[in-house]
Design a protein around this ligand. Structure first.
Ligand SMILES: [Zn+2]
Ligand SMILES: [Zn+2]
Length: 371
């Protein structure tokens, strides 16, 4: 699902015509006081004091990027700033861009704003971005999860006055089982599938989810074959030192008979495609937080659904928000109206902001690079 930023403009085209100067004067910002550290513009989240945007979805002069997923790292900006750990994937996806890097926890002055990046625990290299102006600190969470997945830099709580948080899974039904339990279920399904003469094909986003699963597969069961989109990302992450098990890239020449007992890790779009047919009788599965909902599992046409997300679950969202100490919370993408109401009952000044972040979508997978 894609959202537009503000109801003030009747169309994206109309909004696009607004020039930067108009925005800097705060024209489209009906939500916040003029002294806000961050405002919400048709281009994305904007810092007037530092004249930069965070994860903008339309071309801007200076973009601070939380992580490399396609709904956050868009092409076309003049200058980029991201963590050292996120930079290789962002370069891999966006090509030759003017990308400056920053270490986690390092403070940098940009105009009248101090910025720093802090681990978000979402995918390797992902960050929350803290922006401080005149002693007032706001944090943009980006996408995040609190569980340590063993590969991503673990989530760090950052104190702030205002917290802008995703709430992809902002309903109590979304509660994740421990990672080790889900990993054991996946390995059991792998063994059972090969015992029944089927090739297990597991769909997972190419950045983050795929590597997290890889790190927990049991290679004693058999070899691991990977779809090209996943293997390309593996190569980038291995080159920066992430420990991933051995994998075999699937090419047009790949003969499944040469790889008995294999598990195939595929991009979500490859499930049920011609690409998957070469493997003969298959057992398909998909790993996503949405697998918590039965109806979605059926529509996804996968035989199995594993509930595993790189986004915070309901308890995670609540813990993260509490630990910031923020009084003001802006919620975006996901169950925003329900989650905002819940936060109000908990005493927060909670508001909804519309962004074009897609969260963990089944139809337009966040992790797939724009072609
Ligand atoms: Zn993401
Ligand atoms: Zn996202």
């Amino acid at each position: 699902m894609r959202h537009f930023t503000t109801g003030k403009y009747k169309s994206r085209a109309a909004a696009r015509q607004l020039d930067h100067a108009t925005l800097a004067q705060g024209a489209p910002n009906a939500i916040l006081a003029p002294m806000a550290v961050l405002t919400f513009t048709p281009q994305g989240i904007y810092c007037p004091a530092g004249d930069f945007h965070i994860d903008p979805w339309r071309a801007v002069d200076r973009a601070l990027i939380t992580h490399g997923h396609a709904d956050h790292a868009h092409p076309g900006h003049r200058r980029y700033l991201a963590t050292e750990a996120a930079a290789p994937v962002i370069r891999h996806r966006l090509g030759d861009i003017a990308l400056d890097t920053i270490r986690y926890g390092e403070t940098r002055q940009i105009g009248g704003a101090q910025v720093s990046f802090h681990p978000a625990g979402h995918v390797p290299g992902s960050a929350q971005i803290r922006v401080e102006v005149k002693g007032e600190a706001w944090v943009v969470s980006g996408d995040y999860k609190l569980d340590d997945d063993g590969l991503s830099e673990p989530f760090e709580s950052v104190r702030c006055h205002a917290f802008i948080t995703e709430c992809t899974f902002g309903l109590p039904v979304f509660t994740w089982a421990p990672q080790a339990q889900v990993a054991a279920d996946i390995n059991t399904w792998w063994s059972a599938s090969v015992a029944e003469g089927q090739t297990p094909i597991l769909g997972a986003y190419s950045l983050g989810k795929a590597q997290r699963i890889l790190a927990h597969l049991d290679p004693s069961i058999g070899p691991i074959l990977t779809h090209g989109a996943i293997e390309n990302t593996n190569q980038v992450l291995r080159a920066q030192g992430l420990p991933l098990p051995a994998t075999i890239r699937v090419t047009p020449e790949t003969n499944p008979k040469d790889h008995p007992n294999a598990l195939v890790l595929a991009a979500p779009s490859a499930l049920g495609s011609a690409w998957a047919r070469r493997f003969g009788p298959v057992s398909t599965a998909f790993a996503s937080g949405w697998m918590r909902l039965r109806g979605i599992r059926r529509r996804r046409a996968a035989d199995r659904g594993f509930v595993m997300s790189d986004h915070a679950d309901w308890p995670g969202l609540n813990t993260a928000i509490r630990e910031t100490g923020a009084e003001r919370v802006f919620v975006t993408h996901g169950y925003t109206s329900q989650f905002r109401r819940w936060l109000e009952t908990q005493g927060y000044d909670a508001r909804i902001v519309e962004t074009e972040f897609e969260g963990e979508s089944l139809e337009t997978p966040e992790a797939e690079p724009a072609q």
